[in-house]
Design a protein around this ligand. Structure first.
Ligand code: CTP
Length: 472
């Protein structure tokens, strides 16, 4: 069996060397699962009843171009060749300390090793031992669960999750990536053991969260995390989006489920994880800005600005990168209402120019976010909103072609103005700079040095500034 999947020469070599050393060796985990899911993988895990390091070293001696790394502390070794990665580890029996993720590791049998794995679909193995070479070992019905699309732990889920609480995040992640369902006992254990996530580092939690967000339909994972209250432990701002308040018979939409729909719709349009993050955070300040006006209804005034200011603390806590990716997310959250707002008034060139100027390189992403932000169930309305946004896009293209505003800077900068009037940095310089930018964006003057200079001198005069005779 698995002739095609085991066609890399290393499998035969591992089998031979393992026999010479008197070990029993198996292919385990994700590689075997992915064969059944028809997802070709180049990451292979070998478990040997013996020393993983000895086996890897013996194989390396026969596969000259492979690169060997040995991790003595962990008793593991890795071989890299071409774009394949092979991990070698001795079979283990682990018992866990309740307060740490670090298990006490002892040598164990093949069964010990398989029993301590996270899910039945990950507990499949292929023997590399003659005469059973290529035979599947499925101790917990993993193949059946793969067929039925089920996530199930091999042991009592409370034990499996308590042993390593990160597996609760992994359960949500696999359910999302594979579009699988958690069996009721496993789901129940996620709820009762959720609090144990506290011993897991934020980096590991975020790593799994990112894999959920990279999936085709992240709402699956977020719904699971919310229902089991795992989300409450590390992302309370998102939890607060849930719920509908009704006053005087007027409700607002449930911003949690709205956000999930926006996120899924964004994922249909882009693989870019930071645009996906902008979708997650676009309405994050709605609970904090919510107000009810009797006789009128609900408003969330300023939620885009407040929301953009919430991005950094959230990114910091979740240990997400604080550089360029975060800048983009902040910009998208801050601007997410602008294209829609444009369609509510007459679309003037000046408003379009301002949007292009403010959005800079994030304009296409902003339009993706805005199109995804339409979640009305009214087909008529949806069509109208989408058509409005297309019109904005068309106008953007026209203005761009004409004015080349993107990445644009006024022809005169702050230094030039300071030299012109012979003064240092001051409030006046700031005022003139803004007036100049606005005048160009609003089409009051043309975008060239001559007109800009005339304009700046005039504005300087109004502020009582004299042109510096020795300067420009
Ligand atoms: N494993 C586990 N518990 C964990 C992590 C891993 O039992 N917390 C086991 C599973 O049997 C898993 C294998 O170790 O299949 C390899 O783990 P990993 O490389 O993290 O995941 P994969 O299953 O290979 O999946 P992916 O590559 O999608 O992360």
């Amino acid at each position: 069996m698995f002739q095609k999947e085991l066609n890399h020469p290393i499998f035969q070599l591992v089998s031979e060397e393992s026999q010479k050393l008197g070990f029993q060796t198996f292919v385990v985990g994700g590689f075997v699962r992915d064969i059944f899911l028809k997802r070709a993988s180049k990451d292979v895990d070998f478990v040997t009843v013996g020393s993983g390091i000895e086996l890897a070293t013996a194989v390396r001696n026969r596969l000259k171009k492979a690169h060997l790394s040995v991790f003595k502390n962990f008793g593991t070794a890795q071989l890299k060749t071409d774009d394949w990665e092979f991990e070698f580890v001795g079979a283990r029996k682990e018992s866990y300390d309740r307060n740490s993720r670090k298990p006490k590791v002892e040598d164990g049998t093949f069964e010990d090793d398989i029993y301590r794995r996270d899910f039945t679909i990950n507990a499949l193995a292929i023997s590399l031992n003659a005469p059973k070479y290529g035979e599947l070992i499925d101790l917990f019905g993993g193949v059946e669960d793969l067929k039925k699309g089920l996530i199930r732990t091999p042991l009592d889920p409370k034990i499996t999750f308590s042993d390593d609480p990160l597996r609760m995040m992994r359960a949500a992640r696999f359910a999302t990536q594979l579009n699988f369902t958690l069996v009721p006992e496993t789901l129940e254990a996620l709820k009762t053991e959720a609090h144990r996530l506290s011993i897991i580092s934020q980096e590991r939690i975020t790593d799994e969260l990112q894999k959920i967000i990279k999936s085709a339909k992240p709402s699956i994972g977020f719904t699971l995390l919310f229902d089991t209250k795992l989300l409450h432990l590390f992302f309370p701002e998102m939890v607060r989006l849930q719920g509908v308040e009704v006053r005087e018979g007027k409700g607002h939409k449930d911003n949690f489920y709205h956000t999930l729909q926006v996120l899924d719709q964004t994922c249909e349009k882009t693989e870019d994880i930071w645009v996906r993050w902008a979708a997650i955070l676009h309405d994050i300040a709605k609970p904090a800005t919510k107000r009810f006006f009797p006789g009128e209804g609900w408003t969330f005034h300023g939620h885009e600005d407040k929301g953009s200011r919430m991005v950094k603390p959230i990114f910091t806590r979740l240990k997400l990168p604080l550089g360029e990716p975060m800048r983009r997310v902040i910009n998208l959250v801050r601007l997410h209402l602008r294209p829609i707002a444009l369609t509510k008034e007459q679309i003037t060139d000046s408003a379009i120019r301002r949007l292009i100027f403010d959005a800079e390189a994030d304009l296409e992403d902003l339009m993706i976010l805005c199109k995804s932000d339409i979640t009305t169930k009214n087909k008529e309305k949806e069509k109208r909103f989408q058509a409005n946004l297309l019109l904005v896009e068309k106008n953007i293209a026209l203005v761009e072609e004409r004015d080349r505003i993107r990445n644009w800077q006024p022809p005169i900068d702050g230094q030039y103005i300071m030299d012109l009037f012979g003064i240092g940095p001051s409030k006046e310089i700031g005022i003139i700079k803004t007036q100049l930018k606005d005048a160009i964006l609003d089409g009051i003057i043309d975008n060239n040095l001559e007109e800009a200079l005339k304009f700046v001198i005039e504005k300087g005069k109004e502020l009582g500034l004299q042109r510096n005779e020795f300067g420009i």
